[in-house]
Design a protein around this ligand. Sequence first.
Ligand code: NAD
Length: 484
Amino acid sequence: MPANIPITVAKGDGIGPEIMDATLEILKGAGARLDIEEIEIGEKVYLRGNAAGIERSSIDSLLRTKVFLKAPITTPQGGGFKSLNVTTRKLLGLYANVRPCVAYAPYVKTKHPGMDIVIVRENEEDLYAGVEYQQTPDETQAIKIITRAGTERIVRYAFDYARRNNRKKVTVFMKDNIMKITDGLFHKIFDEVGVHYPDIEKEAWIVDIGAAKMADTPEAFDVIVMPNLYGDILSDVAAQIAGSVGLAGSANIGMKYAMFEAIHGSAPRRANQNLANPSGLLLGAVMMLVHIDQPDIAGLVHNAWLRTVEDGIHTYDIFKEGLSQQKVGTKEFAQAVVARMGQKPEKFKPVSYTSAPKQTADVHAAEVVTVQQRDLVGVDVFVYHEPGDPNKVGRMMETVNGDGIKLAVISSRGVKTYPDPLPDTITSDSWRCRFQSATDHPVITPQQILGLLGRIAAAGIPWGKAEHLYNFDGKPGFSSIQGH
Ligand code: NAD
């Protein structure tokens, strides 16, 4: 008999305890081999004055078991509370968010009966890194971070997932026609990693038209991998149009740790009435069973659940007169699934899971950065000056030319404003002044930049930050300026 696997369980708030009890009853009924450590998270912990919503001793349990089955929590109203999901994700390095969005037509109403897609969302980088600044009264900025290693991990995860789950195609969504450097890197790495998966079809969409296509014809997609922000938005869209927000589970996977949950919240108005649908959390738990290498149990649970749904045993949220057979509460739904353990669905396709091969997501040494030459070729200095007159700012900045570097161009809000400003360009109070070599030799030195900043400070010009401009193997590692 294989050993039990320790997992950490949190029952959460609102409907959380009811759907977790139902889920655990089903897992027990299927013979899942688990040793459960229960922790408390969420509202009660927040209201005890713990801003993170989780105690240190609970974190220790997560670090010990490395597997977290989590019910939804309620974040109390008012400021000062940190998102528990973001904390857990960052603390445990959960870089991949995996969200299957499946239609269960005709038993659950949906406009897209053939929909069966999996969204794999990068979970740690992008605009979610939370690197934001305000340096002038008018302008705020956020830095979008896309790393080669982070992208390679998530893209590799998506391809491995596709292979393991018998899926045929992986699509990348990004916007590299606009964000040529950041989303450009995401796309490039998708292409590089994809070469190692000749058995899987590959496809790339610009996120706007891709999202429109997904909302209109989701059957055209299989696995879709995306950077964090697009993935956040589109995984909600996908779950919604599948007709099954209450039915979708999600996995957050890291190199060492993993967390499994439903995608919905704690639905406080439905709590303690034996009403809630436990399916989202249960399908999250199915992913957990695969993760902890109990694929046989995962298959048993998933098939019994499909059978229950096609038998028309439905909780209130998916109950439809004429289509459903029996309206049940949370507990009765769990009992119905347990009663079908060992049965296969007859209308839906039965599922089967195989052992998850150990993640091959470690960075491929061969693909990591083969840049030979990194040359400093300029600096963008962000200067605070009232909006309006680009020529005034331009004349002011020309006065600090010297020592082999000179002003090349000024932009505001990303658009060129100097030299030769157009009359109607709207500016903010933050001016990006690009200085480059004044000689035939494009490479400059950090000392030249320090000299420039010294002259700017001496002239009393308020500057907020300086971004170095590098060429990598002769190719610019900075965006060109719109209109320049
Ligand atoms: P919600 O997902 O809790 O509820 C949205 C709607 O869906 C409600 O009408 C609810 O009754 C229904 N619903 C959700 N899950 C259901 C289920 N399993 N069975 C039947 N009906 C279900 O979203 P909300 O109302 O915006 O948020 C409520 C609380 O949940 C908030 O405090 C929010 O911060 C929190 N939340 C937590 C998580 C999480 O812990 N992962 C995620 C989202 C929201």
